[in-house]
Design a protein around this ligand. Structure first.
Ligand SMILES: C[S@@+](CC[C@H](N)C(=O)[O-])C[C@H]1O[C@@H](n2cnc3c(N)ncnc32)[C@H](O)[C@@H]1O
Length: 304
């Protein structure tokens, strides 16, 4: 969902003039650049509220669509992800945002010529023949629910076209300007999380939002992810004096275990609950009655 002022009054000021509050400001930052399953933008302010009050460089080794990064708008940051085409999008945003706008516009134009489904299929075929950021950019905005999913047999992206109309190029271009300003201090790198987590030094902060290790479908081409490896990387960070916050949803965590992987004794100092929103299912079943008791909550495990 877009904040009303960005959606309806885009021409009143240039994106570069927008204030960038460190905590997302009073008005939540809702403008999304990419559509990505698992996006954390809605919860970002509640997550950031549990970050240490001061820290050195901010690291986000599972950046995805950058929901927390974009809300935080850190002064110095390294954002990484194992998925190369995704990082290509972020690097284009930093190096040549006009190119990013035209990549999206060129693919969006196909909709008027071919219709939405055929346009999507054409871009999907091009991406599967040669995975690249420009095609992924359009696909993630146009695919069903932002679910970038790959077939096990051949590794091809298999998500069908979404039911919605992808945003028009002028609205996308405004988002590019806003996100360009908010990521001014961020270096984007394609890295496996373990390698990325070697880099932080004492006083730095790492925020981890890993993929579902136990998911059936291969989401985002989730490369070589294991919770055991992640817990080892977090322990090594903590031993160096690096602060780590780990997002975990209720289904992945029970007792002293994360999806059946034991959590090393003393690794996390505390866990806090983060408000996600109301369960759609409950909303439907309750037929409009009060929903206060049905808040859905994720957890943050903190090494500090
Ligand atoms: C739950 S998503 C992150 C969502 C993000 N917080 C957002 O707001 O969009 C997990 C991300 O981890 C990435 N990933 C999967 N395996 C990885 C690995 N081994 N190393 C680094 N990133 C990985 C995926 O490409 C995906 O973008």
């Amino acid at each position: 969902m877009l904040a009303p002022h960005t959606e309806h009054q885009p021409k009143l000021f240039s994106a570069e003039d927008l204030p960038i509050p460190a905590n997302g400001g009073e008005r939540p930052f809702r403008t999304q650049l990419l559509k990505w399953v698992g996006n954390k933008q809605q919860q970002a302010a509640s997550i950031i509220a549990h970050f240490p009050s001061t820290f050195g460089t901010y690291y986000e080794p599972f950046v995805g669509s950058g929901g927390v990064l974009g809300t935080l708008a850190p002064r110095h940051a390294v954002a990484s992800d194992a998925f190369a085409p995704l990082i290509e999008i972020w690097q284009t945003l930093r190096r040549d945002r006009a190119a990013l706008k035209s990549q999206y516009a060129k693919r969006h134009e196909l909709i008027a010529r071919l219709g939405k489904r055929a346009a999507y299929e054409r871009v999907l075929a091009a991406f599967n023949a040669r995975p690249n950021g420009a095609d992924l950019l359009f696909l993630c905005r146009a695919c069903y629910g932002g679910v970038v999913r790959f077939r096990k047999e051949d590794g091809c992206m298999s998500t069908p076209v979404g039911v919605h109309d992808p945003i028009d190029p002028s609205s996308f271009a405004q988002r590019v300007d806003i996100w360009h300003a908010r990521t001014a201090g961020t270096d984007f790198v394609q890295l496996d999380f373990a390698e990325a987590m070697h880099r932080p030094v004492a006083g730095d902060l790492v925020y981890c939002d890993p993929p579902y290790a136990d998911s059936q479908a291969i989401l985002y081409g989730a490369q070589n992810f294991s919770l055991a490896r992640l817990l080892a990387a977090i322990a090594a960070c903590k031993a160096r004096g690096v602060h780590v916050a780990l997002s975990i949803d209720g289904t992945k965590f029970s007792g002293r275990k994360l999806c059946d992987v034991p959590i090393p004794q003393g690794l996390f100092e505390r866990q806090v609950f983060v408000r996600v929103g109301r369960s759609m299912l409950k909303r439907f079943q309750m037929d409009g009655r009060t929903l206060e008791e049905h808040e859905v909550q994720d957890r943050l495990l903190l090494t500090y």
